[in-house]
Design a protein around this ligand. Sequence first.
Ligand SMILES: [Zn+2]
Length: 289
Amino acid sequence: MNSHKILPPIHVHPIVFFFITVAVLTGMLVDLVIIFFIVFVHEMGHYYFARKFNWKVKRIYLWIFGGVMETEDDARRSWKEEWIVTIAGPMQHLFLFFFFYLLAASGLVPDSTINIAMQYNTFILLGNLLPILPLDGGRMLQLVCDDLFPFQTAVSLAILLSCVSIVTVLFIAFFIGHLSLSLGLLFVFLFWENRLEWKRRHYKWWKFILYRKSDAKIYKKKSVLHVERERRLVDIFQQFYRNRYNVIRINDVPICLSEADCIHAFLSNKLHHLTIGDIADTKEEVNYV
Ligand SMILES: [Zn+2]
């Protein structure tokens, strides 16, 4: 069980070996050690809160200028929990600024090294807040989309906006003359990750439906969907919001069904063509509104 482990499995992305080679050849090994230290502390921030909420953490994937904590629990957990776990990473940079400040005051480390560490800390913090998946800024973008749109739309929209952000940042870097090989590779990697996310979007959405905690008390907001009797349940699920309790009202009939009714009926019957009308007919008691 991960909850008993101090550290999860840590993997290093192959792109890092390219950067290690560049660092050795250009005499920037100290820079690389500082970057790894900052990224590691950042990921520990995510991991601390993930453990606190008993998330299943598969591993931490470290790559240059960032890392990814891979978990099986992202879409299954509450919107609020995910916000806390996401923000915990960037928050570590504030503690790091304080740590570097104390280190400078102690006189144990040369000022030049502290200055470099401060610069990397700022750079990694700001870079991480770009609205690009899987960076923390991208995850925050995803959470904002989750709040404003049905989950299926939110997942696709966040990926599309991530890609728009990648292209925008690349254009800006090109026009101000800061488009380097390292930055180019970094954005190729980010683009690739978004391509994978796009391919996984249906799987993610099904996971969201299958593991949905349909308890009205958990959610502060409610979404009321007005649908026809003939509407299939799978189509209705596409309109479900993550951070709201979904209630379905059948047009022209004073019947209101909860998301719990629909998901339960769908999972028990396992019929793809099941309609909301079928569920309303089988219910002995319906809520009149
Ligand atoms: Zn992070």
